[in-house]
Every structure is written in structure tokens, then in C-alpha cells.
Write a protein that binds this ligand. Structure first.
Ligand SMILES: [Zn+2]
Length: 352
């Protein structure tokens, strides 16, 4: 073990304040030693490799200070915290021996071989709008982030419109009393696309999808099969597997064909809600911001009716416990509830 690597023994009950330093993966032990002596630090608590957008990087948890919690001087602790946050670009990792301190409820075991015996709890902290556990950093909020008329805030898929032009399946299957055999899938009933109707009939028989049952009586799984094709469909297997109505339209929309079938396409397309923003018009990051307390939010909108942005992973039930409302919730409120809400908001005055 190199001299700078000082993974503490479990018998040492001191808390270790460290800050992370990122170095290239191929940094050698002697280069680390050189870096340490040049920066005025001597020990590394743990070393791990992390994935970054530019490839894997070596991360060292460099020791800023270590002390016993019970008799540590406040001034010394503050100085160590400030040093660690400054040198670690706002990040601080505390290795707390399990016998020294009761573990924090959200404490995680050290990762990447940080502790040889699991004798430490790792407490991660960071400054600013940054999650120390996921390492996700959020931009400071600016007014344009909350406007769908601005490129900063607008959903990138629908460009702030909330809807996109897409295949409207109410137009594709306008009569749900028709069976597949009788022509439920309207665009495949012209002589030009008879071949596709034949494909559907042939594959439906093999897959056990009823061909003589009205569309409205098919199960959701059977409808899904017709629209999305065989679940195991492999691209290019047109003749061998059912490709689905969705791929039929994707084919028509492909560059080579979109000029050949403009009327056909326009007949079955309409504005449909944007799946990326769920019609909220804003980027996910803008929709993550919330305003107000839980009580205030509850007084104007039932917790079960709150908007949860697509891509926001919150356990069911936990989302209802979140405080405040997001901008899309506010946009849906009637004026009297908005007045009630903003009349009770305790927002700091804008001092600019
Ligand atoms: Zn959108």
C-alpha cells in the first residue's frame, strides 16, 4: 500500500473529512504522491474510478483533517469543512467510523473500495444545486427557464407547443365496430396497401389474434399487437413478422416516401400531446422546480392530481408528499385558487 493511501483501521475512531479530486485514470501512484505534496496534503482515504462523459476518471478522497467527534474544536472542524469544500469544488465526503457516531438515516456504505472492512459510514455533502449521491448538478433558476416561449425553458421536442404532429389512431381506426378482416385499419384498405392488409391477416392468424372480432372487443394486448407489431420484431423482417401499424406509418414517413404520399400521411395525422413533456411545454429541469409548502399546495390541488413530469423517477406515494406545486400544476389552476395560493406564498423580495 503506498504511503499516501491511509484507509483507516477500524480501531481508529476518528472521523475523516475528505474532498474528492479527479485525476486521469492512468495516473500512477508516484504521480499521485507528487500531486499531494505539491498541494500540501499527505493522505488519501480512498480511491475509486468513476464514469464521466469524457471517459473513466480516478477519484481520490483526499484527507483534509481527521478528529474525534466528541472533543473536536468547532473552529478546527469549520476550517476543515471550508478547506474541503474549497479544494473539492463544493464537495465533501465524511468517513465516520460506525462505533464513533450513530449512522445518519440516509447514510450509504462507502463505494469503490473506500473502506476495507465496512467500518465507516460515508456521509456525502455538497454545496449549491447539486445532489452529492447522484452527482447531478442543477442550473440556477432564471426566469426564462419557466417560459415555454424561451428556448431555455421550452421542451425540446415540441418546442414549447405541448403537442406534436403524430399519427392519430382515432383517424386510423375510425370505426371500432369493424373487425380486422372487415377493414378496421382504414389506411390499409386501398388497393395500393392491400399487401399490408394481407400481411396483417396472415400474421394475426399465426399469433392467435381474432380477425373477426370488432376492434372495440379486442383486448388491450391484442390492440397493442396490431399497432406495435410482434414484440420480438426485428428491423428488416417485413415479410416474416408483423411490423405493426406504427412501423407502417414510420415507413411512409421515411424520407424516401414522404413526398410520394403527402395526402395519405396528412389524412391520418393530427396534433397529439407531446410525450416528452406530457403537454406541460417545459423541459424536465424546469418542471422539477416547485413553489410553496405542502399545506398550501394541498389547499388548492389534491395531492393525487399533481402533475408528475415524464422522466421524473419518484416512488408512487412519495410524489404526493412533495411540498409545493410545479409550474404546470399552477397553469392548470382556476384564477381563484391561484389568487389563494399566491396570496399566501412567503417569497423573499426581489432585491435586484
Ligand atoms: Zn414537449
Amino acid at each position: 500500500m503506498p504511503s499516501w493511501c491511509s484507509a483507516q483501521l477500524p480501531s481508529d475512531p476518528r472521523v475523516v473529512l475528505t474532498f474528492p479530486v479527479e485525476l486521469p485514470t492512468n495516473t500512477s501512484a508516484s504521480e499521485v504522491e507528487q500531486w499531494l505534496s505539491a498541494s500540501g496534503f499527505t493522505k488519501v482515504q480512498a480511491e475509486r474510478e468513476v464514469a464521466t462523459p469524457t471517459g473513466p476518471r480516478k477519484v481520490l478522497d483526499v484527507v483534509a483533517d481527521r478528529f474525534r467527534l466528541k472533543n473536536a474544536e468547532k473552529v478546527r472542524v469549520i476550517e476543515a469543512i471550508e478547506t474541503a469544500l474549497k479544494r473539492g469544488a463544493g464537495r465533501l465526503n465524511v468517513y465516520a467510523p460506525k462505533e464513533e457516531a450513530a449512522p445518519r438515516p440516509d447514510a450509504e456504505p462507502p463505494q469503490g473500495g473506500a473502506s476495507p472492512s465496512g467500518a465507516f459510514d460515508l456521509w456525502r455533502y455538497s454545496t449549491g444545486l447539486h445532489c452529492p449521491d447522484s452527482d447531478r448538478r442543477y442550473a440556477d433558476p432564471i426566469p426564462s427557464a419557466f417560459s415555454f416561449n424561451s428556448a431555455v425553458g421550452a421542451c425540446e421536442v415540441c418546442r414549447g407547443f405541448g403537442r406534436v404532429i403524430g399519427v392519430d389512431y382515432n383517424l386510423v381506426i375510425p370505426n371500432d365496430k369493424l373487425t380486422l378482416r372487415a377493414g378496421a385499419i382504414k389506411p390499409m384498405q386501398t388497393p395500393a396497401w392491400q399487401e399490408c392488409q394481407d400481411d396483417l391477416m396472415r400474421h394475426a392468424e399465426i399469433a392467435g389474434i381474432p380477425r373477426d372480432t370488432p376492434w372495440s372487443k379486442l383486448t388491450p394486448e391484442q390492440k397493442h399487437w396490431v399497432i406495435n407489431g410482434t414484440p420480438s420484431y426485428k428491423e428488416g423482417q417485413w415479410g416474416k413478422q408483423w411490423y405493426g401499424v406504427k412501423r407502417f406509418f414510420a415507413y411512409l414517413e421515411s424520407k424516401a416516401l414522404q413526398n410520394a404520399h403527402p395526402v395519405m400521411l396528412s389524412k391520418y395525422r393530427s396534433y397529439t400531446p407531446c410525450e416528452t413533456c406530457g403537454g406541460a411545454r417545459l423541459k424536465l429541469e424546469s418542471l422539477l422546480w416547485r413553489i410553496g409548502s405542502k399545506d398550501l399546495a394541498d389547499s388548492v390541488l389534491s395531492p393525487t392530481k399533481r402533475f408528475m413530469p415524464a422522466g421524473c423517477k419518484v416512488e408512487p406515494g412519495n410524489s404526493e408528499a412533495l411540498p409545493g406545486l410545479c409550474l404546470h400544476d399552477l397553469m392548470q389552476l382556476p384564477i381563484d385558487k391561484l389568487r389563494h395560493f399566491f396570496g399566501r406564498i412567503d417569497a423573499p423580495a426581489d432585491t435586484r
